[in-house]
Structures are given as structure tokens and as C-alpha cells.
Ligand binder design. Structure first.
Ligand SMILES: Cc1cc2nc3c(=O)[nH]c(=O)nc-3n(C[C@H](O)[C@H](O)[C@H](O)COP(=O)(O)OP(=O)(O)OC[C@H]3O[C@@H](n4cnc5c(N)ncnc54)[C@H](O)[C@@H]3O)c2cc1C
Length: 386
């Protein structure tokens, strides 16, 4: 077992760290306050080659290994989870799915635009009435004029108001249940497609979150990703990548909590001493350090397996479950270290808390991750009723 990063991976990490410090962190608070989706920042992220980094160079990506991609996402996540969401959705959910399931034509046409940031893409799985039970999507695709007509709505879709292409999961034959689900690559300027901004979020305020409405949107067979009936498999394979990215971002939040807490505890004085000298404060910090290390190692293991194209659904779920819960714990502890100052946005820890909170909900809640882990441990699938 070799836990050393290669020289190239270390350089990638250093570059991403400097980029986050220079470009992301200085804008994070204002973007959060203004609920601003920062398209200028998205452009800079794209210029760094951070959109579609693991996608093959032939299609406009950088052909990076998954461990390196995780290092980039960790640093961006340390900077701002709203910016990290752009990278995760665009790269892991959308570009990764098109690279895995698309035709050569789809890959050549869409991937370079996604990797360069010319286009944003979104992943439309969740619906107002369908969340964890993703196989039960109610959006309907019906055969019309040699193509398909799609009607339904999608809820909580990241990047949905800015995307040029939407992956839309729709049911083609309700009797087939999850075997009838298909995934379509829908141009968002098609008649019948509309999006609405969702505001009032606890965190990820600088992230674009949308409700999508599809009213008889016409798509051709060429706009189908994979085959009819592949939709559920496409969604699950996308989530295997997306969960890795969320987990890596959460390692960044946890590390940010450690960094901020150590700095603050060394500077802040009470009882004539720096608060870092109090054992109970050190306990808070020590627990954060352990959580951060454990989460990072779980992410690296999942990345290591992905790089070797070995099965990794279980290990990715473990990493996602642990890292997201760890980020919430660390952010909570970091606020405690900061005292009352942790409760206002002069310091980033309250944003870390608000931003971390959604990560135990999206891309499969912590309960869903536990059921995946439990299924592997017991051989019994608790997600399918007897
Ligand atoms: C900011 C944000 C961004 C998002 N971005 C996207 C996106 O880009 N694309 C997209 O498709 N979706 C996105 N989502 C949706 C997200 O993936 C869902 O919210 C999530 O899957 C949970 O679904 P739900 O909200 O319907 O909750 P539900 O499925 O209704 O769950 C409610 C509660 O019940 C529990 N529960 C459900 N089923 C079980 C079970 N079998 N056993 C035990 N407990 C269970 C859950 O764990 C949870 O605690 C986003 C959500 C948010 C908030």
C-alpha cells in the first residue's frame, strides 16, 4: 500500500490550493450573501481545466486520474461548496455520464463544450414527488413523430437555470418500472422547457438551484443517452462518480474547519492565554483532525479503486457517508471553537456549517448510503420491499 502522492499529484494539489486561496475564497462571502451564481468564477474554474478534468483529452478533458481529481475537488470545496457544486455536477454527473454512455457523436459534440465551460450541464433526476426512490420517476416520455415528447417536472436541480443541456430521466413505460426509465440529453432552449430559481436555501446560496418544467418537450432518438431502459443504470453510475466528488469536497470543508480553528485558537486569548492552550479546545480540534484524516483516506481509497476500474460502489458510499457527516461535525465544532464569532460570517465556519448540511441529503441521503452499505454487509436489499 502506497499512500504517497506522486510528484504530479502534489503539483496538482498545490496549484488547486493556490487557485482556491486566490480566486475562490476572496469572493465566497459576498457571493453567499448576495445568493450570486458567480459566472465569472465558473469561467476561471474552466480555464484551469477543472471542469471535466478526468474526461479523456480526446474529448476536451485532461485525462486526470481520480485521485488527482479528488485533490482538486477537495481544495475547491475548502474554498466554497457552491463553486465545488459546479465542478461536481458538470464533471461527475454530466460529462462523466456522457463519456460512459454516449455515442461517439454525442461525445464529440457535447464533451468539449462542457470541459471548456462554454456550456453548463445539469442532472435532472429528482422530482417534487420522487427523491430517494429514484426508480419511480414520474416524468413521462411518450413516442411521438418518430421521436419523444417529454412532460413532467424536476426539483432541486443544480445548475438548472444556467445549463445548456439537461440530462432528464423519464419513464417510457410505467409497467416496466425502473426498466422503463430512459435518460435524454435535452437542449434547454427547446420549446416547452422552462426553469425557475429556488431561493431561501440554508446553504449553497451561491449555487444555482432550479425547478425544471417540461411540457411536451420534443427530442429525437439521437438525444437519447444509452438505450431505453438504461436510465436507472445511468443514474446509479453517475451517482457513483458524483458521491466521490461530494465526499472529496467535504474533506475540503473539514480541512478548512481545522485550519480556521487552529488559527483562531492560537490568536484568541481568554484568561490571559490563547484558547488553543485549553485542553477542551484542543479536544474539539483533535476530533476534527481525526475526522478529516479518516474522511480523506476513505476518499483516496475510493479514488484508487476507480483508477483501477475496480468495483467501488460500496467504498464510494462509505466515503460519501463518512465525509459528509464528518464535514457537518467539523463545522459544528469549528463554530464552537470560534465562540460567538463563529456565528457570524466574518469567519467562514458558519458558511461551512450551512453548506455542509446539504451534503448528507443530496446524491443519496446518509440513510440511503447506510442501506447500500448494509446491503453489502448482509446480502439483503432493504431498498426493495419484499
Ligand atoms: C441544494 C440541492 C441541490 C440538489 N441538486 C440536485 C441535482 O442536481 N439533481 C438532482 O436530481 N437532485 C438534486 N437534489 C435533490 C437531492 O438529491 C434529493 O433532495 C435527495 O435525493 C433526497 O430526496 P428528497 O429530498 O425527495 O427526500 P426523501 O427521499 O423524501 O427523503 C426524506 C427522508 O426520508 C428518508 N428516507 C427515504 N427513503 C428511505 C428509506 N428507504 N429508508 C430510510 N430512510 C429513507 C431520507 O433519508 C430522508 O431522511 C438537490 C437537493 C438540494 C437540496
Amino acid at each position: 500500500m502506497n499512500l504517497d502522492l506522486t510528484d504530479e499529484q502534489q503539483l496538482i494539489r498545490e496549484t488547486a490550493r493556490e487557485f482556491a486561496d486566490r480566486e475562490i475564497i476572496p469572493r465566497a462571502r459576498e457571493n453567499d450573501r448576495a445568493e450570486r451564481f458567480d459566472t465569472e468564477l465558473v469561467k476561471r474554474i474552466a480555464e484551469m481545466g477543472y471542469l471535466g478534468a478526468p474526461v479523456a483529452e480526446d474529448y476536451g478533458g485532461r485525462s486526470l486520474d481520480y485521485v488527482s481529481y479528488g485533490l482538486i475537488v477537495e481544495e475547491i470545496g475548502r474554498g466554497d461548496s457552491s463553486a465545488r457544486t459546479v465542478v461536481s455536477v458538470q464533471t461527475s454527473l454530466v460529462a462523466g455520464s456522457i463519456e460512459q454512455w454516449g455515442t461517439e457523436e454525442q461525445k464529440r459534440e457535447i464533451l468539449p463544450k462542457l470541459c471548456s465551460g462554454e456550456w453548463l450541464g445539469c442532472f435532472g433526476l429528482t422530482e417534487p414527488g420522487t427523491g430517494s426512490d429514484a426508480a419511480s420517476v414520474a416524468t413521462r416520455a411518450t413516442r411521438r413523430n418518430g421521436g419523444w415528447s417529454i412532460s413532467g417536472s424536476k426539483m432541486f436541480i443544480s445548475l438548472g437555470n444556467n445549463a445548456k443541456v439537461a440530462m432528464v430521466f423519464a419513464q417510457t413505460d410505467p409497467e416496466q418500472k425502473h426498466r422503463g426509465v430512459a435518460c435524454f440529453l435535452v437542449p434547454t432552449d427547446r420549446p416547452g422547457f422552462s426553469s425557475q430559481e429556488i431561493h431561501g436555501k440554508l446553504g449553497l446560496r451561491a449555487s444555482d438551484t432550479a425547478e425544471l418544467s417540461l411540457d411536451g418537450v420534443e427530442v429525437s432518438d439521437d438525444e437519447l443517452l444509452g438505450q431505453i431502459g438504461d436510465g436507472f443504470k445511468i443514474a446509479m453510475s453517475a451517482l457513483d462518480r458524483g458521491r466521490y466528488s461530494v465526499a472529496a469536497g467535504c474533506v475540503g470543508i473539514a480541512q478548512g474547519c481545522v485550519n480556521e480553528s487552529v488559527k483562531y485558537a492560537q490568536e484568541r486569548r481568554q484568561f490571559d492565554r490563547p484558547i488553543a492552550s485549553f485542553q477542551l479546545v484542543q479536544e474539539l480540534i483533535a476530533e476534527m483532525v481525526v475526522d478529516t484524516d479518516a474522511a480523506r483516506l476513505l476518499v483516496w481509497r475510493a479514488g484508487h479503486l476507480k483508477d483501477r476500474k475496480r468495483p467501488n460502489t460500496l467504498e464510494t458510499s462509505i466515503a460519501k457517508y463518512y465525509a459528509t457527516e464528518a464535514a457537518v461535525r467539523c463545522a459544528n465544532a469549528a463554530i464552537q471553537v470560534h465562540g460567538g464569532y463563529g456565528y457570524i460570517d466574518e469567519y467562514p465556519v458558519e458558511r461551512y456549517m450551512r453548506d455542509a448540511r446539504v451534503t448528507t441529503l443530496y446524491e443519496g441521503t446518509s440513510q440511503i448510503q447506510k442501506l447500500i452499505i448494509g446491503r453489502h454487509a448482509t446480502g439483503i436489499n432493504a431498498l426493495i420491499p419484499e
